[in-house]
Design a protein around this ligand. Structure first.
Ligand SMILES: C[S@@+](CC[C@H](N)C(=O)[O-])C[C@H]1O[C@@H](n2cnc3c(N)ncnc32)[C@H](O)[C@@H]1O
Length: 258
């Protein structure tokens, strides 16, 4: 079933800015190429969609743009506001802006929004004619090994592992078609394989990003579940020196509102 027809509510995922900085500080750092693709200009009005704690939003401001950040997490927005940013709690699946933006930027957030067409619709409405939509998200086989291990370990417990997957990782063809259907001209779009070194053990990544799986289990059973998933992944994602990697594949694109 296409992601945006999924009738189930999004599984719960909670964003803790301190935990995010500790385990996922690489996310905004590795967002540099998509910032380059956006090439923000002084005076431009830019919406940062799924801005998180605002590390990249700050870079847009530093480029001289006038920036609004939105994110569904009140905790992340509080952290972004603490940086002095104009940041607002809003779902990317229900954007309320009508015009006013020269560009919409997004890093590592769109794959959390399963109603992809609603997101693209909201971005289209927020942009002025000719405005740019420039983003990077998980795509294709992003974190396929990690997802497989998380799902299998829930299935082994008699639970619906596939039903806990919170992400939408589209192919190039899928996302291009959605953008073009809504009236965007796609300037560039492609998948990038990017195995990503983690700052610590896989458990840190799982605790930060895989809560929708972990929360299917009662609290006392969670540590054993995480340990089991780590053990299953070690042969593929931990090297001889003990360094963990996540099997990231990114979808990066730049499109223009016709
Ligand atoms: C991995 S973080 C990326 C944050 C930031 N863009 C960065 O590069 O560090 C993903 C963000 O997407 C946000 N998010 C998830 N679902 C969302 C939704 N439906 N609407 C808006 N933001 C959402 C989360 O709250 C989280 O802050």
């Amino acid at each position: 079933m296409p992601a945006d027809q999924d009738p189930k509510p999004a599984p719960s995922q909670h964003w803790d800015p301190a935990r995010y900085q500790r385990n996922a500080g690489f996310v905004p750092v590795l967002g540099a190429p998509v910032l380059d693709l956006l090439a923000p200009q002084p005076g431009e009005r830019i919406l940062d969609l799924g801005c998180g704690d605002g590390v990249l939003t700050e870079k847009l401001v530093a480029a001289g743009a006038s920036v609004v950040g939105v994110d569904a997490s009140a905790e992340q927005i509080a952290a972004a506001r603490a940086r002095g940013l104009d940041a607002r709690v809003m779902s990317g699946e229900a954007l309320t802006f009508v015009g006013g933006f020269d560009a919409v930027f997004s890093n590592a957030a769109l794959h959390w929004m399963k109603q992809a067409d609603a997101v693209i619709d909201g971005v289209w409405r927020a942009l002025e004619p000719g405005g740019r939509f420039v983003a990077e998200m998980g795509g294709g086989a992003n974190v396929a090994a990690i997802t497989g291990a998380l799902v299998a370990a829930l299935d082994r417990r008699g639970l619906d592992g596939a039903g806990a997957v919170p992400w939408f990782f589209p192919s190039v063809e899928d996302y291009r078609a959605r953008l073009e259907r809504r009236g965007f001209r796609v300037r560039t779009i492609g998948l990038i394989e990017r195995p990503t070194p983690l700052p610590g053990a896989m458990a840190g990544w799982l605790e930060t990003f895989a809560e929708s799986f972990i929360r299917r289990l009662p609290e006392p059973d969670r540590a054993a579940y995480i340990a089991e998933v780590e053990t299953a992944l070690a042969p593929r994602l931990r090297n001889a020196q003990g360094q963990w990697h996540a099997d990231y594949v990114r979808l990066r694109f730049a499109a223009e509102k016709l």
